[in-house]
Design a protein around this ligand. Structure first.
Ligand code: FAD
Length: 513
């Protein structure tokens, strides 16, 4: 049986999003002799491989890339802002698709808009690229090197804080938010500031959003021992004597299954599907799928009414439709334990609510406010997998079991009050009251393969992301984050992936010497 896959490699990586890419990058840098095969169930949708679809200027080509990322729901209608779907309809964001069933058990909150992306680059080809650092109880206290890992994650994701500095009124928005927030906060690190973004400006002036391509970097692309196979579903991790031995992978182009042997297997198959791959492989520790948490999200908008367009700003947006434009300054209200939410304040292209025809919008003057709240962690919040039913890929079907606690409701109430205060501080609020997004909308699913300091039955993997129960198997993604976070989690999960990749590199070096 001919196959495009190698029979044996040193490391296989399941999933090609930012976290899988971080393993490939660190291994290419630190273990250049290692043979690495990356498998991705979705197709390649952008060039360079894994690049962000916002970098595709042609609208039709970008729409095709988004639809091709939507797995079994390629033809489904999507909505750029799930906050716009207020009538109880379930709709996904472009480039993502929703869990078809099992998203809400009777009498529970569930996660009605829990979503996935299946494409080279994963959700990292569609994300907003906000990369704040965790603070207070969001941090993982048992990792002494967390700050160094976060700095390294900044390097891999090419995080900057000045990409939008020339956006109109950004400094003004920040100043007004600061006046409302900073006086209650003693620690300057928690003051309002520019949002760190995985966005940089090329020499020709164009903005570039980081995707998995940026994380892979030239060093991985030049690594002849690294290969990426798209349309390749890993159905199972293979174990021998309890240790990683390789993967079983189905070539979706031929329908044939193959075995690829490997000493190390990294499962970076997203917040929920990483747990699914372990389950399908018979790796089922008690904590698998448990302590699932997502960030609830409250949104509102305000308008700067006391400003006029600067001379150098054109009325139209320089960005392609549906992308962040040059007018999109992004400000950050950091999480604190006392105010357990994270604020992302973005200047929008257009008002989220209709304005009068004779009331033209000054570019940059519409300000979208979003507060993400940290979940009260519960053992019973979980993703379960079926032994009988399968999903669109033939993998064990998921069922979400998820409830908000009284404390979650209390924090949400406070966040709703706070966002109104912030809107008033910025300008004139647009609309009567904030909108609370349907659960799952944040796309930040954490905990399902959580990290622990010790194998205490409450975690799936150790501080290097190696699965306690299966040496040589590593897990990656937001699912590894053990704390309850409100900040966007990708920077943190990439930091954890860097630690895991270094461990594999060290083991490979040790076995060579
Ligand atoms: P993913 O990027 O989801 O990649 C996982 C890959 O694994 C997928 O491509 C999937 O197809 C593949 N896969 C799954 N199962 C298998 C299998 N069995 N075999 C082979 N391949 C498999 N995060 C932030 O931190 N900041 C933001 O501002 C932000 N904004 C976002 C906005 C949007 C619209 C979206 C969609 C997401 C946003 N996110 C944001 C979330 C962010 O994109 C994710 O945190 C990040 O992509 C996670 O990286 P990952 O590599 O763990 O998973």
């Amino acid at each position: 049986m001919s196959t495009r896959y190698p029979a044996e490699v040193d490391v296989t990586i399941v999933g090609s999003g930012p976290n899988g890419a971080a393993y490939a990058r660190i291994l290419s840098e630190e273990a250049p002799d290692a043979v690495i095969a990356m498998f991705e169930v979705g197709p390649a949708v952008s060039d360079p491989l894994g690049s962000h679809v916002k970098n595709i200027l042609d609208v039709d080509a970008r729409t095709l890339a988004q639809r091709s990322s939507q797995g079994p729901a390629a033809a489904a209608e999507t909505v750029a802002d799930p906050g716009a779907v207020k009538a109880g309809a379930r709709m996904a964001r472009p480039g993502t698709y929703l869990l078809e069933g099992g998203y809400q058990a009777e009498g529970e909150d569930g996660m009605p808009v829990v979503a996935f992306s299946s494409n080279v680059g994963g959700m990292g080809a569609h994300w907003t690229a906000a990369c704040p650092r965790p603070g207070g109880s969001e941090r993982i206290a048992f990792l002494p090197d967390l700050d160094e890992l976060l700095a390294e994650a900044d390097r891999l994701l090419a995080v900057t804080t000045d990409a939008f500095e020339q956006a109109p009124f950004t400094a003004l928005v920040r100043e007004r938010l600061s006046r409302a927030v900073d006086p209650h906060r003693a620690d300057p690190a928690t003051h309002v500031q520019r949002m760190p973004l995985a966005v940089h400006r090329r020499e020709d002036g164009r903005l570039v959003w980081s995707g998995a391509d940026v994380v892979l970097g030239d060093v991985t692309r030049a690594n002849e021992r690294f290969s990426l196979f798209d349309e390749s579903l890993v159905t199972r991790v293979l174990l021998e004597d309890g240790r990683a031995a390789g993967v079983e992978v189905r070539d979706l182009r031929t329908g044939e299954s193959h075995t690829v042997r490997a000493r190390f297997v990294v499962v970076a198959a997203d917040g929920l599907r990483t747990a699914q791959v372990l389950y399908a492989s018979g790796i089922r520790p008690a904590a698998l799928g448990r302590m699932l948490n997502d960030q609830s999200q409250v949104v509102f908008a305000a308008r700067l009414t006391d400003v006029s367009a600067p001379h150098d700003v054109q009325g139209g947006s320089t960005a392609a439709a549906g992308t962040i434009s040059e007018q999109s300054g992004v400000s950050w209200v950091p999480f604190t334990d006392e105010e357990p939410w994270h604020g992302q304040v973005m200047q929008l292209d257009a008002s989220p609510i209709p304005l009068a025809d004779d009331d033209p919008v000054v570019p940059g003057s519409i300000v979208g406010l979003g507060l993400f709240t940290a979940k009260d962690l519960q053992w019973d919040d979980r993703v379960e997998f079926s032994d009988e039913e399968v999903d669109g890929y033939g993998m064990p079907a998921m069922r979400i079991r998820y409830r908000l606690t009284p404390r979650d409701h209390e924090v949400l109430d406070r966040a709703r009050a706070q966002i109104v205060e912030l809107a008033k501080a910025v300008g004139e609020p647009l609309g009567d009251r904030p909108f609370t997004m349907p659960l799952g909308a944040s796309l930040h699913y954490q905990g399902a393969t959580r990290m622990g300091q010790t194998d205490d039955g409450r975690s799936v993997c150790g501080p290097d992301s190696e699965v306690w129960q299966a040496p040589g198997v590593f897990v990656a993604g937001n699912n590894v984050i053990p704390t309850s976070t409100a900040c966007n989690p990708t920077l943190t999960s990439v930091a954890l992936a860097i630690r895991g990749a270094r461990r594999i590199a060290a083991e490979l070096a040790h076995s060579e010497s």
